[in-house]
Design a protein. Structure first.
Length: 227
């Protein structure tokens, strides 16, 4: 699909947000998007790059709620487009081998004999480590159990790589409407698709995408993977 992985912008976005909307025009989402640019997201590629560690809270000049309230809808849509790509990339990656693995070193998960590949990243050693990285990016409203995809065996951490492939007909997602409720912003995410065989458009799908501004950055609270 020509997808690409972008490093999550939780810290950068939070810093810009909490400094006021004027700072949002400098946010880089991988394509030099400013607040006046279109808010349609591009298809992105999941890779095996690990997620970043939890970042320290930025120096703030106002509360998250105050900062969100002074932003225009267009500014929120521009920011939301960046955060949407990041959240989709990371959620898709967590449901598989987000960390580098060695396909030549495998083990069977005791519970169901699923084959796992050895994780070679030294920053994680247990499923709990993976869970902590996930919890730093998403709220508890998006359920995730690292133990569904990772397991420890004989001193190593293994990842069960799912056989399911992403939807190759996914073309992109457009965010519309930015409804603010305190520190929470709800968007309508309209995803577009084509038939890979005929090239004809398929019916678009609509879902809710929600983010919450916190002192230590943005967290995603509602997300449906479009692919």
């Amino acid at each position: 699909m020509g997808k690409r992985l972008m490093i999550p912008l939780a810290a950068a976005a939070a810093a810009a947000l909490l400094a006021g909307c004027s700072g949002m025009q400098h946010i880089d989402n991988g394509s030099s998007t400013a607040e006046t640019q279109p808010v349609t997201t591009a298809p992105t590629q999941t890779t095996t790059a690990p997620p970043p560690a939890t970042t320290a809270a930025p120096v703030t000049t106002m509360s998250p709620e105050q900062a969100v309230q002074v932003c225009s809808e267009q500014e929120l849509l521009a920011l939301g487009a960046s955060l949407y790509d990041d959240a989709c990339n990371m959620l898709s990656a967590f449901r598989g081998a987000v960390y580098p693995t060695d396909p030549a070193q495998t083990a069977e998960r005791p519970s169901d004999q699923a084959t796992g590949q050895l994780v070679t990243d030294d920053t994680v050693h247990t499923p709990a480590d993976v869970q902590a990285a996930f919890d730093a990016l998403f709220t508890e409203d998006i359920p995730y159990k690292a133990e569904d995809y990772y397991f420890a065996w004989e001193g190593g951490l293994y990842a069960v790589v799912p056989a399911a492939q992403p939807d190759t007909g996914y073309m992109g997602t457009e965010l519309t409407g930015a409804k603010v409720q305190g520190t929470r912003v709800d968007f309508t995410a309209v995803s577009y698709y084509t038939d890979p065989e005929t090239g004809e458009d398929r019916a678009p799908e609509t879902a809710v995408f929600s983010v919450i501004a916190q002192e230590n950055g943005w967290k995603t609270a509602a997300l449906t993977l479009p692919y």
